[in-house]
Design a protein around this ligand. Structure first.
Ligand SMILES: [Zn+2]
Length: 568
């Protein structure tokens, strides 16, 4: 390794450049900015053009990374030929940075050859500016002496990345054996520190230090955004996918992201999926100068509200139980975080954005592979000590009945679920499925058959309805809510299902006709879980004392990351 890298280990390099047309686009202005940064303790500089390097080299012996920007027919490229590299070296550059992306490059020389020539003829190290992990690996394999994340967010393949990619840094740190320069979108000292902790050799900061125009814009945007309107990031961790999005105060979901839940690979893989989905949303939000107020995470399993950990998980998420979910997310994203069970989150979504608005006491149930639910009382979701409140699926409707995965017999969800519907359908003479389909797909098929008048399907639904009526009658006796809201693909598109169910519940209740239990189809929607989780941030800290303080602090501290301009 070149000795110069030892000098830069763990240090700050300041990139001093100006946009074309910027009032600071002037050699003497850049020289003064660079010397001010050196005075402030910068261990190195990154400069554009031989002219700037020569002007500043007279005043400092610190390492200078030299680049020559070319605005060609294929857009902006960094140091695209050997002539440019030699003039940078002649002017005093200690390291030459090259564009080593896999973009088509009609105007320049292949970067693989440039690396060889720079080593052989100029005898200076080469920094590869890349945008993806593949490019980083390829550049290192071709002899680049260090690799920078500089162009992530600036190429066609990465143009949706609007913030620093912590995922890319982590992957590079795991797979590269040359120094990694964290560069691009680093806009706070905390992020710089985080990059070193995340495996970067050194950190290069440009706009956040050297472009007063961009810095002023951040302040202007912060003043324009009122704290009470700041959105939150919502996440929904399910057995098959992890969904995330930026949730506005109206419930509107923007920048939706979805990644598969690699549940079979265990806890770390699920957490990695969470990070990936949230980073996508954060990058998109920050690209539009939006700093979310915090993070709300809905997850399958029971969530212990005292510390935000997973108290118990379902078989869908092996190894998830015991995971310190809230602590993990707060440490990773530096955002106040709330965690909640996914069925309870769906209830919060109804409370804030759906049919629950205007209701103070209601129960919402989601019927699927089991029955998830939640109880709102006095306008507040009841979560219970360990997150089990509202586990209505595990109320027994048949003593000694069908076995349930909770260990008891006769639970409501042993009689009302996708698997139970299939069982009723077959017992009523329905034809066994020909193809291998999962329970959810089969339930949708039976739903369709019921609508078409198939006798076995209709009988299956009638049985299901009878069992569900008993479970819901128990709820009305226990809580006496204003309404019970029902969701789930199983009962969709069957317009008579809920009205008929309401009659059955009425008949089961003492003074039922006078009480008139109200059952309604919930608004739900595919984002209900993440909307409800985000709503926890909007409730201004109803649940945990310690987190309230963080939330309020963050509400007052609306910060913004770097404006998306040109790579430095
Ligand atoms: Zn049970």
């Amino acid at each position: 390794m070149f000795a110069i890298f030892e000098q830069l280990k763990g240090k700050l390099i300041v990139s001093c450049q100006a946009f074309p047309g910027d009032p600071l686009e002037n050699t003497d202005a850049i020289r003064r900015i660079a010397l001010a940064a050196v005075g402030g303790g910068a261990a190195g500089l990154r400069l554009n053009s031989a002219e700037h390097i020569a002007a500043i080299r007279q005043h400092t012996n610190l390492p200078i990374i030299g680049i020559q920007k070319h605005y060609g027919s294929a857009g902006l490229r960094i140091t695209s030929d050997f002539a440019a590299a030699s003039s940078l070296a002649a002017a005093g550059a200690s390291i030459i940075a090259l564009d080593c992306t896999d973009r088509v490059w009609p105007d320049g020389e292949p970067w693989q050859e440039l690396i060889q020539r720079i080593h052989k003829e100029l005898r200076v190290p080469v920094m590869a500016d890349i945008s993806t992990l593949d490019e980083a690996l390829s550049a290192a394999a071709s002899g680049a002496d260090c690799v920078g994340t500089t162009l992530n967010g600036y190429t066609e393949r990465t143009r949706n990345n609007h913030g620093f990619s912590w995922t890319l840094l982590r992957q590079m740190a795991q797979q590269l054996h040359v120094p990694i320069m964290a560069e691009g979108h680093i806009s706070t000292p905390e992020e710089a520190r985080g990059a070193i902790d995340g495996g970067a050799w050194c950190v290069i900061v440009g706009s956040a230090i050297t472009r007063p125009g961009e810095i002023a814009t951040k302040y202007v945007h912060a003043l324009e955004q009122s704290a009470s309107s700041v959105p939150a990031v919502g996440v929904d961790i399910g057995g098959t996918s992890i969904k995330a999005g930026l949730v506005e105060r109206s419930g509107e979901v923007r920048f939706p992201a979805q990644v598969p839940t690699e549940a079979a690979k265990g806890r770390d893989a699920i957490a990695a999926g969470l990070v990936q989905a949230v980073e996508q949303v954060l990058a998109a939000a920050r690209g539009q100068h939006i700093e979310p107020v915090g993070l709300g995470i809905a997850t399958a399993g029971a969530v212990d509200q005292r510390d935000g950990s997973i108290f118990a998980a379902t078989d869908n998420l092996p190894g998830w139980a015991g995971f310190q979910l809230r602590a993990f997310a707060e440490e990773h994203f530096h955002l106040p975080t709330f965690t909640v069970n996914d069925a309870q989150a769906a209830v919060l979504s109804e409370l804030h954005f759906g049919l629950g608005r205007g209701l103070s006491d209601f129960v919402a149930l989601t019927i699927g592979t089991g029955i998830g639910g939640g109880i709102v009382s006095g306008g507040k979701l009841q979560r219970g000590q360990h997150g089990f409140a509202g586990s209505i699926g595990h109320s027994v409707i048949r003593a000694g009945g069908r076995p349930c995965n909770c260990g008891r017999n006769g639970c409501l969800e042993s009689y009302v679920s996708t698997a139970a519907l299939l069982r009723e359908y077959l017992e009523n003479g329905g034809a066994a499925p020909e193809d291998a389909m999962d329970d959810a797909a089969l339930a949708l098929r039976i739903n369709q058959l019921a609508r078409q008048g198939d006798a076995a399907a209709q009988k299956a639904y009638a049985s299901l309805q009878g069992y569900l009526a008993e479970g819901i009658a128990n709820l009305f006796n226990l809580i006496d809510p204003q309404a019970v809201l029902l969701a789930g693909g199983l009962i969709e598109n069957l317009p008579q299902f809920i009205p008929d169910l309401e009659i059955q519940v009425t008949n089961l209740l003492h003074s039922g006709a006078k009480r008139q239990p109200r059952l309604r189809a919930a608004k739900a929607g595919r984002f209900a879980g993440l909307q409800g989780a985000a709503a926890l941030l909007f409730e201004s800290g109803s649940y945990s004392g310690s987190t309230i303080a963080v939330s309020r602090n963050h509400l007052c501290r609306v910060a913004f990351s770097s404006r998306k301009g040109h790579p430095q």
